[in-house]
Design a protein around this ligand. Structure first.
Ligand SMILES: *[C@@H]1O[C@H](CO)[C@@H](O)[C@H](O)[C@H]1NC(C)=O
Length: 419
C-alpha cells in the first residue's frame, strides 16, 4: 500500500507542478504582449509599424509554437500521470482481489476447523444424552406397572438412538443421466433404483450397487414402467415398495404406494396440504420428499405457498394413514435437500450459485436433539448442487445425485442414548 501511496502523491505533485508551469507560461505570455504593445506605441513610422506588425506576427508565431510545445509536454505529463494512476488502480484492484481470496480461504479453513472439532454441540449434547438416557431407563422400569402412561411415551421415543456426527467418506460411483434425478437403494432388498430427470413414468432397477457401478449406463438394468408419472426426485423405496409423489396436471398432489414385485398400485393417499409449492427453495422440482424406514414413511412438504417452513408428516407404511404432522421450523428458503435419520430431520442448505452444502437445521420428532446443539456439518466441495439426498438406515449412508453424478456419503454416527 505504501509505495502505491507515494506514487499517487508524486503523480498528484507532478500534475499540480505542470499546472503551475502552465499558469506561469500564460502570465509570461501576457506580460510579453503588454510589453510589445507598449513598445509599438513608440514607433510612428509606417515601415516600423509594418515591421512591428511583422515582428508581432513572428512573435505570435514563435510564442504559439512554444505554447503548442508546452501544451504537448503538459499533455504528455498528464498522460503519464494518468497511466501512473491507472497502474496504481490496477495494483489496488489486485490487492483487493487478493484480500477477497484470502478471506474466502480463511472462511474455508474456519469451516474445516468447525467440522473437525464440532464445537459446543458435543459436550452439551452428551450431557443431554446422559440425562435423557437415565430418564428413559427409569421409565422403562416402570413399564409393567403403568402400562397406559408408557404407551404414550413409547410412541414418542423410538428405539432408534443414532444421530449424525459427521461425514466419514465420499465415493463418486459414476455419472448416469441428467443434472437432476435421484437414486436409492432398498434397505431390505439391496436393489438399486435410478430416477433420471425430474419426472417420468419409468425407473431403472439394478440388483445391487455393484451391478449399477459396473453397468454401462442403464443398459443392463430392468426398466420399470409405472401406471402414472412420478413428480420430482423425492421418491422412496422400502421393502419392495416404491412410494412416489403423483401430481396430475389439475389434480391434487398424492402419495402412491406401488408394489414393485407385483407391479401394481396398492394405495393412494391425499397430500396433507393443498399447497403446490415445492418443499426446497433451491430445488423447485421437488414437490415433496419421501423417506422410509422402520418407523414409517416420512413426508417432507410445504404446507402452503406463503408458509416459510418445511413441514413433516409421518405416515403408516402399509396404509399411508397420516399419524402426525409437525412444523420443523427449518426454513424452505435456500434448502437443497433433507433426509430423516432416527426420527430426526436433517435439512441441507446451499446457496445460488452452489457453494458448500451443509446440514444447518434439524428437527427431532422426539425433541431430543435441536439445531442449536447439533454440529454444523459440511459436505465436501462437489461439482454442483445436490438434486436429492436419500438416506439408507441399514448402511448409514446417503445416496446423492449431484449434476448427474451418483455419490455415496458414508456417515459417522453417535448414540443419542448411552445405553
Ligand atoms: C436422463 O435425463 C436426461 C434429461 O434430464 C436425458 O437427457 C437423458 O437422455 C436421460 N438418460 C437416461 C439414461 O434416461
Amino acid at each position: 500500500m505504501k509505495p502505491a501511496f507515494v506514487l499517487l502523491v508524486s503523480a498528484a505533485w507532478s500534475f499540480t507542478g505542470a499546472q503551475h508551469y502552465y499558469q506561469g507560461l500564460m502570465d509570461y505570455l501576457d506580460n510579453r504582449l503588454l510589453a510589445i504593445e507598449a513598445h509599438s506605441k513608440q514607433r510612428r513610422n509606417i515601415d516600423l509599424l509594418w515591421r512591428r506588425q511583422w515582428d508581432r506576427m513572428q512573435l505570435w508565431h514563435e510564442q504559439s509554437h512554444r505554447y503548442h510545445t508546452e501544451l504537448l509536454d503538459f499533455k504528455k505529463l498528464t498522460d503519464e500521470a494518468m497511466v501512473g494512476l491507472r497502474n496504481h488502480h490496477k495494483v489496488m484492484f489486485k490487492d483487493l482481489e487478493g484480500a477477497a481470496l484470502l478471506v474466502d480461504r480463511v472462511e474455508q479453513d474456519m469451516d474445516y476447523v468447525e467440522t473437525q472439532t464440532s464445537p459446543r454441540a458435543c459436550a452439551t449434547q452428551a450431557d443431554k444424552v446422559v440425562e435423557q438416557g437415565a430418564w428413559r431407563l427409569e421409565e422403562s422400569r416402570g413399564e409393567e406397572e403403568e402400562e397406559d402412561d408408557w404407551v404414550e411415551l413409547r410412541s414418542e421415543v423410538s428405539d432408534c438412538v443414532e444421530i449424525i456426527s459427521g461425514i466419514r467418506s465420499v465415493k463418486i460411483l459414476k455419472r448416469v443421466g441428467g443434472p437432476k434425478g435421484m437414486w436409492t437403494r432398498d434397505p431390505k432388498s439391496s436393489k438399486v433404483y435410478v430416477f433420471n430427470g425430474t419426472s417420468g413414468d419409468n425407473i431403472y432397477q439394478f440388483n445391487s450397487v455393484q451391478d449399477f457401478s459396473r453397468s454401462p449406463g442403464v443398459a443392463s438394468s430392468r426398466q420399470i414402467r409405472l401406471p402414472s408419472d412420478w413428480r420430482g426426485p423425492g421418491s422412496a423405496v422400502f421393502g419392495g415398495h416404491l412410494y412416489y409423489i403423483q401430481q396430475e396436471d389439475d389434480a391434487d398432489v398424492q402419495v402412491v404406494r406401488y408394489d414393485l414385485l407385483s407391479g401394481s398400485v396398492t394405495d393412494v393417499a391425499m397430500f396433507p396440504a393443498e399447497s403446490r409449492a415445492a418443499v426446497y427453495g433451491l430445488n423447485s422440482e421437488t414437490v415433496a420428499d419421501l423417506a422410509a424406514d422402520d418407523q414409517g414413511l416420512w413426508l417432507l412438504y410445504a404446507a402452503g405457498d406463503g408458509e416459510p417452513n418445511i413441514h413433516l408428516a409421518r405416515m403408516e407404511l402399509a396404509s399411508l394413514d397420516i399419524e402426525q404432522t409437525w412444523d420443523t421450523r427449518c426454513p424452505r428458503e435456500n434448502a437443497e435437500a433433507a433426509f430423516v435419520v432416527c426420527g430426526t430431520v436433517y435439512v441441507v442448505y446451499n446457496t445460488r450459485p452452489a457453494s458448500r452444502s451443509r446440514i444447518q437445521c434439524l428437527f427431532d420428532v422426539n425433541d431430543m436433539v435441536s439445531s442449536e446443539e447439533a454440529p454444523l456439518i459440511y459436505f465436501p466441495r462437489r461439482y454442483g448442487a445436490h438434486a436429492s439426498l436419500k438416506y439408507n438406515p441399514e448402511e448409514e449412508q446417503l445416496y446423492a445425485w449431484d449434476d448427474g453424478y451418483q455419490i455415496i456419503y458414508r456417515l459417522t454416527m453417535k448414540r443419542k442414548l448411552l445405553v
